[in-house]
Design a binder for this molecule. Structure first.
Ligand code: GAR
Length: 214
């Protein structure tokens, strides 16, 4: 039984992209730390099992993470995908799931870890921005990179317009990364990720750059 656990905190558009992707898994579980997350209703409407572990019911991060890790363990997931999960996870949690825990982040890491990535990108005047899917390590928004997508920053861009263009790319690369993982096509050697199909290392495209070529 191949189970994918998706953790969300809010809107759930990346979760939706995963649900749309017709992935080779037997079961999908969505868990949120936020009972009000819009994504929970979206998942429920599509008949996906959802659970809430509300971080506000715990006295500290460690307690919350222990209960969350225990909840996830009930499903023995092949992969845990952080799809807009806006809680910092403790080292213990990350170590427990390391190698099967991936995150989507709205910047070209290692640039702009943390919050407000689009605003910071505009303020820095970067010409290229984008998004990254990576394996999670204890360091925030850091870890072996699986795939990235780049977009050109336009002179007229606002935080919203840039965020929208990046989000479109998130919805392409996140399902792609999850598909590679659940199909056993990702090989992690140290900090390097390779795409391997039938034991052959593929030179698959792991950088999408629509704005650079279109
Ligand atoms: C996405 O842009 C995702 O990359 C970001 O939160 C948003 C969630 O949107 N995640 C992070 O910033 C994690 N560091 P969504 O709920 O519509 O997928």
């Amino acid at each position: 039984m191949k189970t994918l656990v998706i953790l969300i905190s809010g809107r759930g558009s990346n979760m939706q992209a995963l649900l749309n992707a017709d992935l080779n898994v037997d079961r999908i579980i969505v868990i949120s730390n936020n009972p009000q997350a819009e994504g929970l209703q979206i998942a429920q409407r599509q008949g996906v099992e959802t659970y809430v572990v509300d971080h506000r019911n715990f006295k500290d991060r460690k307690d919350f993470d222990e209960v969350l890790a225990g909840k996830i363990a009930e499903f023995q997931p092949k992969l845990v995908a952080l799809a807009g999960f806006m809680r910092i996870l403790s080292d213990d949690f990350v170590h427990r799931y390391q190698g099967r825990l991936i995150n989507i982040h709205p910047s070209l890491l290692p640039a702009f870890p943390g919050l407000a990535t689009h605003d910071r990108a505009l303020r820095e005047g970067v010409k290229i921005h984008g998004c990254t899917v990576h394996f999670v390590t204890p360091q925030l928004d850091h870890g072996p990179i699986i795939i990235q997508a780049a977009v050109v920053v336009l002179p007229e861009d606002t935080e919203t317009s840039l965020a929208n263009r990046v989000l479109q790319q998130e919805h392409r690369i996140f399902p792609q990364a999850v598909r590679w993982f659940v199909d056993d096509q990702l090989k992690l050697t140290g900090d390097m990720v390779q795409i391997e199909i039938n034991h052959t290392c593929m030179s698959q495209i792991t950088l999408y750059s629509p704005g650079l070529t279109e």
